[in-house]
Design a protein around this ligand. Sequence first.
Ligand code: NDP
Ligand code: GDR
Length: 352
Amino acid sequence: MAPQTAPTKKALITGITGQDGSYLTEFLLNKGYEVHGIIRRSSNFNTQRLEHIYIDPHQSSSRMKLHYGDLSDASALRKWVDSICPDEVYNLGAQSHVGVSFENPDYTADVVGTGTLRLLEAIRIHIQATGRLVKYYQAGSSEMYGATPPPQDETTVFHPRSPYAVAKVAGHFYTVNYREAYGMFACNGILFNHESPRRGENFVTRKITRAIGRIKVGLQKKLYLGNLKASRDWGFAGDYVEGMWLMLQQDKPDDYVLATEDSHTVEEFLEEAFGCVGLNWKDYVEIDPRYFRPSEVDNLRGSAKKAKEVLGWEPKVQFKKLVAMMMDSDLEKAKREKVLVDAGFMDSHQQP
Ligand code: NDP
Ligand code: GDR
């Protein structure tokens, strides 16, 4: 008799084109999963972070499949859940910029808060109709703690300070409610900031490392920032996606904090990053009040004790290694950009 092989597990990821989506896709493909991702229609390609793992869908070896959809479109969410029949759903899609959420509060609430509800409802209806087990991961955020002082853990009171954070609190409690009301296997990850060379260019860490690379090769003179006093618990995105997966491999669904338990101010990040290339940040950084937020989150530092004990999760990359990794990558990118500028294929203000 031929040996029995376990059926390939299927994961569905919203936000697959984002920083975490790309790392999670790599992680799940390595574990043998078939990975389905929901992507938004855009007038330019928005799949840059997936290019290195993309295989033409016409080839049978392709285990990553992309589908058009949006967290604002309940019918598309239902269609994909019903047709893909995923074993695990990771809800990473979001308007994830805290500053932008003050400018687009209504949209942020719809995608981040109600979008979560739409997806949970699509899964609930699918489970009711099929009797299948579908596990759900909700991308919660340390921003939900907002004004509550550190250390923050799963028992800490939420005090959100932005439309984004309020919407994430709604997503958190929708997830808890679907677990309690319908017995769904639904987990909240409460993740502190995690960064990487793939971090969006308008989050402060990447904005800094990208600017330093460009300053070093002569493409930029100044870096304009907002509040330098805020403290964040910065980890590496590659470590955090493993934690998401581990939450869904437990016997029971629960909520977990993922954090490095170490925090630094934006000023300390500047000091470390400029130090990597032998420059003094004070010669280049200027404050632009445009980047101040109407209400700021001053101090986030998590306690990941529960994740360490129950999941066996441990972050491997600490602050200095993270900064060096991002600096190395952005220095290389700046050098390539300089070649294109010098050859006349780009001007220095153009985004690569
Ligand atoms: P990114 O901003 O890099 O990615 C967000 C993803 O969501 C992108 O794929 C984006 O698509 C997609 N998206 C945006 N709007 C919609 C929509 N209306 N419908 C469907 N998809 C949409 O975020 P990260 O990868 O950094 O974060 C992943 C998740 O984790 C987010 O929910 C974020 O709020 C949360 N989180 C992140 C933390 C961090 O430090 N990175 C910490 C805690 C929580 P497109 O590429 O087209 O823009
Ligand atoms: P955050 O990340 O708000 O913590 O949300 P961000 O990098 O945007 O800000 C961190 C801190 O830096 C200060 N800051 C600036 N921020 C930006 N973006 N641009 C600037 O020029 C600047 N100058 C100073 C901010 O005021 C803030 O205090 C991130 C996102 O990934 C969320 O989706 C996620 O939920 C949380 O992390 C955890």
